[in-house]
Design a protein around this ligand. Structure first.
Ligand SMILES: O=C(O)[C@H](O)[C@@H](O)[C@H](O)[C@H](O)COP(=O)(O)O
Length: 266
């Protein structure tokens, strides 16, 4: 693995030889953050996304993690969710349940999925209310300089267009600076209706991990991480910049292949 700090404050870059190494490194990283948060405040508030992420987290269901992680202290949220029924094949909740949550001893009451029986707008409001209650009890930590939730870890994938969660390039949801959760009804990636954490919440987290693999993402990784001059596009992934937290990129060689000045030692 090559680990380096992007020289422009764009976070730590962890570039893994292959998907197996990435899966192990990601599981170690999540397990370490979980242990630290449980030690410090008795709970671990983690937000998941959809896509390939859940499969890449798969090692957590295996030894030693399945036994060593303090699953009872985990509180699960979604950085974004598709507004479909929980048993629909498009549901990020279903993806996480089938691939992770059903395989480890998570407390069912700690799984904070969205209300799937209302409109996207109502689901976003409802989710914000749920998070607000958990911030009050400090199940979810609070930012030092605002009343914003400070998740212990937000895990994000990235599309080839540089979208993160359900924040897409040139979409007005990117400009939402008041609400913690917003909704969209015109997602370019199906299904169209989604709710998503805003940049406000993403950038208030203690830790944000961008988990990105495959050659189709290489250009977007370059645009999100490298110094690309004044024509810098407003790529959603480039706007991830935790103000009081730490950003780590988990990349395979393919996704990292267009980064400036990268040298792989074979
Ligand atoms: O629900 C979603 O669609 C996502 O949360 C989305 O932001 C996803 O993480 C990226 O599109 C990357 O997905 P892949 O890793 O599958 O390419």
């Amino acid at each position: 693995m090559a680990v380096s700090e992007a020289n422009n404050g764009r976070g730590e870059l962890r570039i893994l030889e292959n998907l197996d190494e990435l899966r192990t490194d990601l599981a170690d990283y999540i397990a370490e953050l979980s242990e630290a948060a449980v030690k410090e405040r008795g709970a671990f508030a983690i937000a998941l996304s959809g896509g390939s992420l859940i499969d890449l987290m798969g090692k957590l269901c295996e030894a030693p993690y399945n036994k060593t992680v303090d699953w009872a202290k985990w509180h699960i949220f979604w950085a974004d969710e598709r507004v479909v029924a929980k048993n629909h094949s498009d549901s990020n909740y279903k993806l996480a349940k089938d691939g992770l949550l059903s395989k480890v001893p998570i407390v069912p009451g700690h799984v904070h999925s969205i209300n799937d029986s209302v409109s996207a707008e109502e689901a976003a409001d409802d989710y914000m209310f749920v998070i607000r209650q958990l911030v009050k009890t400090r199940m979810v930590n609070v930012a030092d300089i605002s009343d914003c939730p400070k998740f212990d870890l937000i895990l994000l994938g990235m599309g080839p267009d540089g979208h993160i969660a359900s924040l897409f390039p040139n979409h007005s949801a990117l400009d939402e600076t008041d609400e913690w959760v917003t909704f969209i009804i015109d997602s370019p990636k199906p299904p169209p209706e989604r709710i998503t954490f805003t940049l406000l919440v993403i950038n208030s987290a203690s830790n944000v991990a961008m988990v990105v693999t495959g050659e189709s993402k290489a250009e977007a990784v370059h645009l999100a991480v490298d110094n690309i001059g004044p024509d810098c596009p407003s790529l959603p992934a480039r706007l991830v910049h935790p103000t009081e937290g730490k950003l780590v990129w988990f990349l395979d060689k393919q996704a990292a292949s267009k980064l400036d000045g990268l040298q792989f030692s074979d």
